[in-house]
Design a protein around this ligand. Structure first.
Ligand code: ATP
Ligand code: MG
Ligand code: FE
Length: 340
């Protein structure tokens, strides 16, 4: 089954073609980061308008790259939420209209399910069950995953998401938006031992996180020592954040009896996190699975993949009545999804 995937929840337009028999055929991405950078964050109205400009050219691009035509597509998956309402509507409207015109099914995908299953787009995917650490720009969650759509929340952040903490700290250090990758690059040149920062909730005995205090501690430190020490501050921040993420993830695996840990979301691209997690997990007999680097942040491939799991399972049920109405879900709990 050939599935077109469309992602438009925030500031990246992503389109991909995934074949349930042959795997990922093509994917294309347009990032709006440069456009939003001047504002220090995503401007929702500008984001929606830009998705409109990009989504069809990207669709033509993936079709051309994989030597397919619209007539070859068997189903369409689009991000239905959570995300910016206007941005979501662009992908949902395009996907629904195209599916109606081609008389094929369309399915709304949960953006975080896309992230969480992205490490499965691989020749050697992890088997279920596993524990998933979802560390993105808007979410930080530990989930127990026993199958597609079978998610139990173990814990989550009580305030800022991990990516948000990287971005806000990067902003404090004058690194622009989104500053996660820049902060990580700067940290690699710094001395993480020079300053000591708190490890919020490290010993709280649960699987919840808190990152806003860490960000405030950085602010206090910057006020005291100035920006001349930015590399050492970045390294200290990164080490503190990563230590909490690693420790809680391994505790969640122990609690669940899991020997597989899946990491997903933008912060999953962080080299220090990958190095620490892989090392400490191996010492406990746990294998860690990451998405390809390009699939850590938002992309169409993860939506095509997650949508394909659902569309394939619906293949033999009677076709739903053609319906042109649709709704996006700017807020949507992952644990409420139907199991496949
Ligand atoms: P959500 O998926 O929760 O709605 P989002 O889609 O904005 O949020 P992602 O695209 O998964 O989030 O990830 C973006 C985040 O990842 C940003 O906060 C960015 O700074 C962070 N990030 C990307 N690369 C790195 C890195 N190498 N180190 C740390 N953070 C990173
Ligand atoms: Mg983004
Ligand atoms: Fe995302």
């Amino acid at each position: 089954m050939l599935v077109l995937g469309v992602e438009s929840s925030c500031d990246e337009t992503g389109v991909a073609l995934y074949d349930s028999a042959y795997g990922l055929l093509a994917h294309a991405l347009y990032s709006q980061i440069a456009m939003h950078n001047a504002y220090g964050g995503v401007v929702p109205e500008l984001a929606s308008r830009d998705h409109i400009r990009r989504v069809l050219p990207l669709t033509r691009q993936v079709l051309a790259e994989s030597g397919r035509t619209l007539a070859d597509i068997d189903g369409i998956a689009y991000t239905q939420g959570p995300g910016l309402a206007g941005a979501l509507l662009v992908g949902a409207g395009m996907a629904r209209a195209l599916a109606f015109a081609l008389n094929i099914p369309a399915v709304g995908v949960h953006h975080l399910e896309g992230h969480m299953l992205s490490p499965l787009i691989s020749d050697t995917p992890p088997e279920f069950p596993f524990v998933a650490l979802l560390v993105s720009g808007g979410h930080t969650q530990l989930m127990r995953v026993s199958g597609v759509g079978r998610y139990t929340l173990l814990g989550e952040t009580l305030d800022d998401a991990a990516g948000e903490a990287f971005d806000k700290t990067a902003q404090l250090l004058g690194l622009g938006y989104p500053g996660g990758p820049a902060l990580s690059a700067l940290a690699a040149t710094g001395d993480a031992q020079r300053f000591s920062l708190p490890r919020p909730m490290l010993n709280s005995g649960d699987f919840d996180f808190s990152f806003s205090g860490l960000k405030t501690a950085v602010l206090t430190l910057v006020r005291k020592v100035g920006l001349g020490e930015a590399a050492d501050i970045a390294a200290a921040f990164q080490r503190a954040a990563v230590e909490v993420l690693v420790s809680k993830s391994l505790a969640a695996c122990a609690h669940s009896g899991a020997t597989r840990l899946v990491v997903a979301g933008g912060v999953g691209a962080n080299a220090h996190l990958r190095e620490r997690l892989t090392r400490d997990a191996a010492a406990r007999g746990i294998s860690v699975f990451y998405p390809r680097l390009e699939f850590c942040t938002d992309n169409g491939a993860m939506i095509a993949y997650a949508g394909a799991q659902r569309l394939v399972s619906q293949q033999n049920s009677p076709p739903a009545q053609a319906d042109l109405t649709f709704a996006v879900k700017p807020r949507w709990e992952l644990a409420t999804l139907d199991a496949v």
